[in-house]
Design a protein around this ligand. Structure first.
Ligand code: HEC
Ligand code: HEC
Length: 252
């Protein structure tokens, strides 16, 4: 209940949430030392997952093809791929994030049992594929077929929820730069994920981070890969358009 104490005064002071200003990456709100650690491959533990993913990408299953046999030269062929996710899958009309696309290839094209969300294999593979887009700007589509998903994500972001009756927006627009339990509140961009969090002592997906925020306000935690968090992920990516992909990030 410490959040409640910290928030009580601040929330009263909040009028209508301000119009979205220029969004900055989560790493801008880290200490200079942690920013240096994120940038240094030898000191950022998340690179271990990236290396595991790279290894898995080339590994041939007993039956079926290795990822790399269809995606030769991944450093070129998959460079930029992560910047377009989440996106609407043309065949099914469903919103897929990068994890969803990888799982689809794993099951339908590699003909293997799915990795499953948040497994070490999926985290490693997602971290690896996303790392191939490091430095490239987020470029998700938010119009056309993506529009209803984007609107649903926006509504979620703005809706007050949980026992603390707080919206994402109240913290991630209204209290940006303020301290909460030792963290500095950022805009809630997802550009560093999967990321290594010291609190987890592990790499986790963006949806794991979203679950932590839902729990923080005592609201419903949706499942990994749920439609609710996928729509939210698209909205966050839409807000983060133009920001560089930083995966693998490191966070407190
Ligand atoms: C009580 C304030 C609060 C609320 C409400 C809240 N968060 Fe957070 N959130 C935080 C704090 C504190 C952090 C860790 C510091 C940071 O990066 O902002 C965080 C981190 C995040 C991050 C990770 C950013 C990064 O770069 O690592 C995302 C994404 C995020 N929140 C999204 C959301 C979404 C979406 C919602 C609504 C479901 C939400 N948050 C609700 C306080 C909040
Ligand atoms: C049998 C061939 C085949 C195999 C094996 C395969 N893929 Fe794919 N993959 C494809 C095709 C075809 C596409 C769709 C290409 C397109 O239109 O963008 C695709 C798309 C993708 C994309 C999205 C690219 C983008 O630009 O949106 C990713 C990421 C991906 N695959 C990762 C993987 C991973 C990881 C594995 C191994 C678990 C894998 N693929 C295995 C054929 C394959």
């Amino acid at each position: 209940m410490r959040w409640r104490a910290v928030l009580a005064l601040t929330v009263i002071a909040l009028a209508a949430a301000p119009a979205t200003a220029e969004i900055k990456s989560g790493s801008e709100f880290l200490s200079p030392e942690m920013r240096r650690q994120q940038a240094d491959e030898t000191r950022n533990p998340a690179w271990f997952w990236v290396e595991q993913g790279e290894e898995l990408f080339s590994r041939k299953p007993q039956t079926g093809a290795a990822c790399i046999s269809c995606h030769a030269e991944p450093k070129q062929s998959l460079r930029g791929a992560a910047t377009h996710y989440p996106q609407v899958d043309a065949a099914s009309g469903k919103l897929l994030n990068l994890e969803g696309r990888i799982e689809q290839c794993r099951i339908e094209r590699q003909k293997q049992p799915g990795f499953g969300y948040e497994t070490p294999e999926m985290l490693a593979m997602t971290a690896y594929v996303a790392s191939l887009s490091r430095g490239l700007p987020v470029e998700v589509k938010t119009d056309g077929a993506a529009k209803p998903y984007y609107e649903a994500g926006k509504a979620f972001f703005e809706r007050r929820q949980g026992q603390l009756n707080l919206s994402c927006q109240q913290c991630h627009d209204g209290m940006v730069g303020q301290k909460l339990r030792g963290d500095t509140i950022s805009y809630g961009a997802g550009t560093g994920y999967p990321a290594y969090r010291l609190e987890w002592n592990d790499v986790g997906s963006l949806h794991r981070r979203l679950r932590a925020c839902s729990l923080g306000v005592r609201a419903t935690q949706f499942d990994y890969g749920s439609p609710e968090y996928l729509a939210l992920e698209l909205f966050l990516a839409g807000r983060a358009k133009g920001l560089p992909v930083e995966t693998p990030g490191i966070r407190r």
